[in-house]
Design a binder for this molecule. Structure first.
Ligand code: IPE
Ligand code: IPE
Ligand code: MG
Length: 238
């Protein structure tokens, strides 16, 4: 059973960073500026998680469905991801943050793929905080890719599909080796998972706040952690 720590402290917190567009629109600004403001919250939340001693932080940055947005917005998001990674790498190295990328990177530009790979390679031995960015990520897409990988791996081992179990499957997911999220926080009021970590979220505690992502503060993060600490996690037990 992959229970979280029972000291009330989540080991793995995952965020559905939502509301950048609404934050910008409410201020009469283009949506791209909302995403830029959201990048500042990514910095803040990462620093908070590190100082708060949370070992795994996962951020949903771009879904497999987000390609359906206007070309201009998609381009701005891709550009922002790329420049953010380049700008933040020194700080990640300095603070012992290990970067991991979740999602199907074959759908991304060559330039962005190189930056993602460089970020992962250069931070690979670091143990302070594991920061996972989900980019071109969809839970269903991840499950399908994992199913294909599992079939390949089993064939290579000379084993049949009937020996596929949950542990073997989980090791084929993008999150292989990571604990399941204990707490999933979604900003901006929507109460859904939007295809995020659908396998891994099986027993996650969910926290929803109306605060938009650019406005999400350290105090909001602390409130979510305190609320998490009050939840009784049962994992189906009595
Ligand atoms: C979240 O903010 C960022 C991404 C999904 C990339 P949105 O852009 O979804 O903001 P809203 O939901 O339109 O306000
Ligand atoms: C979920 O937000 C995806 C990310 C945060 C990257 P969306 O804004 O795309 O989700 P929906 O469309 O409201 O479900
Ligand atoms: Mg949204």
């Amino acid at each position: 059973m992959s229970a979280g720590m029972d000291d009330g402290q989540p080991r793995h917190v995952a965020f559905i960073m939502d509301g950048n567009g609404r934050w910008a629109e409410a201020r009469g600004l283009p949506r791209a500026l909302g995403h830029r403001a959201g990048a500042e919250t990514v910095r803040r939340v990462t620093s908070f998680a590190r100082r708060r001693g949370i070992p795994f932080l996962t951020l949903y940055a771009f879904s497999t469905e987000n390609w359906s947005r206007p070309r201009e917005e998609v381009d701005a998001l891709m550009e922002l991801l790329s420049s953010f990674l380049a700008a933040e790498l020194p700080a990640l190295l300095e603070n012992g943050v290990r970067l991991k990328i979740l999602g199907d990177r074959t759908g991304l530009s060559e330039g962005l793929r190189q930056r993602l790979a460089a970020g992962e390679e250069r931070t690979v031995g670091l143990t302070g905080l594991t920061l996972s960015l989900a980019i071109n990520y969809g839970g269903r897409d991840e499950c399908l890719r994992a199913a294909r990988l599992a079939a390949e791996r089993l064939a290579a081992l000379g084993r049949g599909m009937e020996s596929l179990d949950q542990e073997f499957f989980a090791a084929c997911l993008d999150t292989a080796g990571m604990p399941d999220p204990d707490l999933i926080i979604r900003t901006a009021g929507e109460m859904r998972l939007s295809n995020f970590l659908i396998w891994q979220a099986a027993y996650a505690e969910l926290f929803f706040t109306r605060r938009t992502w650019p406005d999400f503060s350290d105090a909001d993060f602390e409130e979510a952690i305190l609320e998490y600490g009050k939840r009784a996690r049962k994992f189906g037990g009595a």
